[in-house]
Each structure stands twice: as C-alpha cells, then as structure tokens.
Design a protein around this ligand. Structure first.
Ligand SMILES: Nc1ncnc2c1ncn2[C@@H]1O[C@H](COP(=O)(O)OP(=O)(O)O)[C@@H](O)[C@H]1O
Ligand SMILES: [Mg+2]
Length: 422
C-alpha cells in the first residue's frame, strides 16, 4: 500500500456519520426515486444501525448483485454462509489478521427463502461514508424504479392473488348450499354491484349518512365445506382481486417477524386505492390465544396488528375483508366483533350432497345418487369429491385390466366411500 493511500484510509476510518445524517440521506434517495415507504426500514437502536429492505423480488441473481455491491464498497469482507437462497456477508477489519471487535463491523444478510425476502444491513457504532454508499446502492438497486403494482407486491410477499377474470368457479357450479349462497348474494355481491341503491336508501332513512354495506364477513364451518372456494367465487362475481393472506404461514414462517409482516401486507393493500380488493384471511383461528408461552406472545402481537389494520382498511372504499375459520369458538372476542356478518357453512344436507353428486357423478341415476347421498351424509364436499375421485380411479384400474370402457356404477362409489371415516 502506498503511503498516501494509507493516509486517506486512516482519514476515512475516523469519519463518522450521525444517524441523522444517514437517515436524511436515505430519505432523500427514497423521495427522489419515489420508493414506497414500506420498502425501507431504517432505525438506530442501542448503538446499532439497522436497515431493512423488503424488495418485491429477490432471487439468486439478486444475491449475486448484493455480492458485487458489497465488493465495490467494502475492502475486506468474507462470506459466512452462502446458500442458493441465503447469503450472509461480514466486513473484516482493515487488517484482515486483526480480529478485534470484528463482530461490530457491517453485516449484510440477504434472504430469498420462501416467504422471507429481505436484505438486512446492520452495523454497531458509527457508519462510515463508504458504508452509507453501500446502503444507498442497495436501496437504489432493489427498490427504485420498480413499477410493481401493489397487487404484484402482495403476491411477492407471499399472498397469492386471484384475478377475478381468471377465476373459473361461479355461483352456478357451487352445488347446493342455497341459504349460504343467498346470504352471500345479499350481504356482499349485491351491495358491491349496486352500491348506489344501498346508499340512496340510507340517505333517506338515516339522520347521518353512513355506509351500511358489510365490510368484514366471517365464513365459519368445518374443513372442506367450500369456504375458500366461496371467497374465490366472490372475487369472480364482484370483480375484486382476492388477496389470500395465509395467517398460519405468516405465523410459522416469520416467527418473530410475523406481526411486522402482517402490518406490511395491510399497508401495501391500503395503498392500492384504485384497486378493488378482497383480503381473505384464511385460518383466522391460528391467532387464537395459544397455551404455549412463546407462541402466546407472537399471536398476541399478530392479533393486535390485525385488529388495528382491519379497522383502518374498513374505513376505505373498495376493500372487503373476509375471514375463514374452522374454530369460531376459539376466536378472540375483539377480533370476532370486527366481523359484521357471520356466514355458517355447515356440512351438506342430503339434498346438497345430491347436487354435489350431479357435478361429480353425473352418469348415476337420480335414484342411485339419492341412495349414495344418504350414505355420504356427514362428509364434507371435499371428502365427497375425494370419494368420487377414488371411484373413478378404481374404475380406471378395472378398465385397464379388462380393456373396457365402463363408467363407475353406484356400487363402485359405495366401495370408495367405505374406506373413508366420518
Ligand atoms: N358446494 C360445493 N360444490 C362443489 N364443490 C365444492 C363445494 N364446496 C366445496 N367444494 C369443493 O371442495 C373442495 C374443498 O373446498 P374448500 O373451499 O377448500 O373448503 P374449505 O375452505 O372450507 O376448507 C374444493 O375442491 C371445492 O371445489
Ligand atoms: Mg379453506
């Protein structure tokens, strides 16, 4: 190393930026590049600088890009872990043989593991200018000029989005459940399709105008009775995007981060003011108070975020929240109170089962379907569909060995059903 190089090095080493300077710099970059606020999180706590970037997309290529950014800005560093989906970089001291306080140096952690997509940069003590440049390069590269719509961002955050125009399920091919369908039509579909009619009535009946259309609806019933399917039908019938929020997944995959993640999902949804969105909170009972102490804390935090965010989003137009649960009795009271309508999906009655069989075993006579329906009471539509599948496979096996082309008759369905327990 030449003498003057050494000098600049020493000068650089002593240059420190205050958190105020760093954050005003970062803020400027965010504003100049029109980066959505929720993509970057910056804090300084207990003498530690902390930056989090939530890019919508991180893949293997992005991980390599972070490496090359680090290489450009940091002199000495080493990779702790390098996995296809995960990298952890740690800066070394200017003399790589010196290990003193090495753990306080700047660290970069990138994760593209399923669900968790995050770039995290941390540094104890002060931040040097070249470290700030590294931070800014990362922000620019992973946040700026992204034209991803909120819908795309939600999908990237692990909330699959169903597009109404692509949905094939309709109310017509949802068999039976007439009273459920009627309630859905009256409480959600009609109000969405004709808001003016509802508003006109309220304007004349109430002293103070308020929206009387349901904002949050709870679907309650045992597994396999068509709650998720009905949410997708709702999207199709109303033209709203269905954003599937897998609470259970968020709870388990982002342990410790789960409530932040949930807040982020709602915040992104809330900026999509021009989009019409159904937020579908599936398995909402996963937020039921847990007996496990650690989990208890996590569920409590998730719950409080959820309560706050549901309130926030309810006041906006173009949003419907739908929750689904198999265990309504376990749901926290405050959460329960957020739902203005509860729709009960019970197990199908015999007449419903006959209609389901019309969909899945249409070759059977009405008499045979009725007899089979009798045997299938107590099963959910999902299990009934499974039984029909199994009957078809049994028949296929027979046809293959006999070179026949028969369709399963009622006896095959009875045989298939006999292996299922109620
Ligand atoms: N009324 C119905 N008519 C036709 N198929 C149904 C009906 N209800 C449920 N299904 C089918 O059963 C399966 C399970 O439904 P799903 O919506 O996932 O249930 P849940 O969300 O209540 O657990 C899906 O394949 C769905 O298409
Ligand atoms: Mg479901």
């Amino acid at each position: 190393m030449r003498e003057d190089d050494k000098n600049t090095d020493m000068k650089e080493d002593t240059k420190q930026l205050t958190f105020g300077e760093i954050s005003s710099e970062v803020r400027q970059i965010i504003e100049r590049n029109k980066i959505p606020d929720h993509m970057v999180e910056l804090s300084y706590e207990r003498n530690e600088f902390f930056l989090r970037i939530y890019p919508t997309e991180i893949d293997e290529k992005a991980i390599h890009e972070v490496l090359s950014i680090a290489k450009k800005h940091l002199e000495n560093w080493r990779i702790h872990t390098f996995d296809k989906n995960y990298i952890s970089i740690q800066a070394l001291n200017s003399s790589i043989f010196q290990t003193e306080n090495i753990l306080d140096n700047i660290k970069i952690r990138v994760s593209a593991l399923s669900g968790e997509k995050i770039i995290e940069i941390t540094k104890k003590g002060y931040v040097r200018p070249e470290e700030l440049n590294l931070v800014i390069s990362c922000i620019k590269r992973f946040c700026a000029n992204k034209t991803h719509s909120p819908i795309e961002q939600l999908a990237a955050l692990g909330c699959p989005v169903y597009y109404p125009e692509k949905e094939e399920m309709t109310l017509q091919n949802y068999a039976g459940y007439d009273s459920v369908k009627k309630q859905i039509l009256e409480t959600v579909i009609m109000p969405v399709q004709h808001p003016d009619v509802y508003d006109a009535i309220v304007k004349s009946t109430r002293k103070n105008f308020e929206n009387n259309r349901p904002k949050a609806v709870l679907f309650s019933g045992p597994p396999g009775v068509g709650k998720t399917t009905m949410a997708r039908i709702l999207s199709k019938e109303t033209g709203y995007y269905l954003v599937y929020v897998p609470l259970e997944n968020i709870m388990s995959a982002y342990y410790g981060e789960s409530s932040k993640r949930l807040a982020l999902i709602f915040d992104i949804a809330a900026v999509a003011q021009n989009e019409k969105i159904i937020l579908f909170l599936d398995e909402i009972d996963s937020l039921a108070p847990s007996r496990n102490e650690k989990l208890f804390e996590a569920t409590r935090r998730m719950l409080s975020v959820l309560l706050r965010k549901i309130d926030g989003i309810e006041s906006k137009k173009n949003y419907i929240t739908i929750g689904a649960t198999n265990r309504k009795e376990d749901i926290d009271e405050a959460l329960m109170s957020r739902f203005d309508t509860v729709i009960e999906f019970g197990l199908p009655e015999k007449s419903d089962i006959e209609k389901i069989l019309e969909l899945f075993a249409r070759q059977l006579s009405a008499g045979n379907r009725s007899a089979l329906a009798e045997k299938l009471t107590g099963f959910s539509p999902r299990t009934i569909k499974d039984i029909c599948n199994r009957a078809e496979r049994i028949q296929a096996r027979i046809n293959i060995s006999t070179h026949g082309m028969e369709l399963p008759d009622v006896a095959v369905y009875h045989e298939a059903a006999s292996t299922y327990a109620k």
